[in-house]
Design a protein around this ligand. Sequence first.
Ligand code: PBG
Length: 341
Amino acid sequence: MKQNLIKQFSVSNFPRTRMRRNRMSSFSRKLVSENYLSINDLIYPIFITFGTNIKEEIKSMPGIYRFSLDLLQKEIEIVSALGIPAIALFPKIENHLKNSEGSEALNKGNLICKAIQISKKTNPNLGVICDVALDPFTDHGHDGVIFNNQIDNDKTLKILCEQALVQADAGCDIIAPSDMMDGRVGFIRDKLDDNGFVNVQIMSYAVKYASAFYGPFRDAVGSSINLSNKSKSSYQMDPANSDEAIREVALDINEGADMVIVKPGMPYLDIIHKIKQEFNIPLYAYQVSGEYSMIKGAINNGWFDEEKIVFESLMAFKRAGCNGIITYFAPYIANLLKDNN
Ligand code: PBG
């Protein structure tokens, strides 16, 4: 029925129907605009590292830095002044602290816990999101522990629960399990609840593909050398699959997820759209490191207009159905949106 109407009105009625009429003036384009990008949609990932007075650029992510803890406060102040609602923290720890079990993840005084505390002290109202996964902490670079030559799901779950607890205890607002182990959301929810953290939210990386777009991130957190050419395909999703994404989201909602992430973003807009149609849960895209590097690389070569490309790439997520976007462009775009208001 709808299809017939579309045919009737858009094909046969020219010149009475002119699509360009609504596009002719700036005020009209504003009135007919279907989607809107706001500072409230943004989550900014920040890389932290050991040492002092360190602000080092990540080679494969021009314009993105790792900060030592003493410089973090200033970054938090900048992000806060822009009105960005939340940050996602990622650590690069010293190599000698890594082991096969990722036990540094459970150290209450680890880099990530200290970073949470600095952020909360600087601005208690800035939402802090932390990855729950072992890859920045393991000497093999995998997200889980290895047993009988496999990434062992159930042994990993136990550690993840402890990791989530340590982060919640340090003041983290949103726990973001990112390793695609089965059952983790439910296990973590129970663990948090049993320890009184009933209001700590869970933003699940429900749909995370085994993607080459994570390459620059693995440089950033220092897991690429350890991981070498090993694959994460036994836990992350096959890029060929789409129905499987729906099952993953359904399971995570049942296990108690408050919000879900699709990752990477731009190559998976179809998945975002599909999830939005199936479920009423807050949905986020992670515009991952490789997407950032592609776009930024072309900007730096003078091939793209920075403002236009960043805006367009983020608007695509809103159009597809996202409530928000985790993006390395967050401060850049927040600056522009601020000036435009
Ligand atoms: C790991 C993790 C990854 C990212 C976020 N958490 C990479 C991976 O799975 O290897 C990727 C983020 C990005 O590429 O920007 N748990």
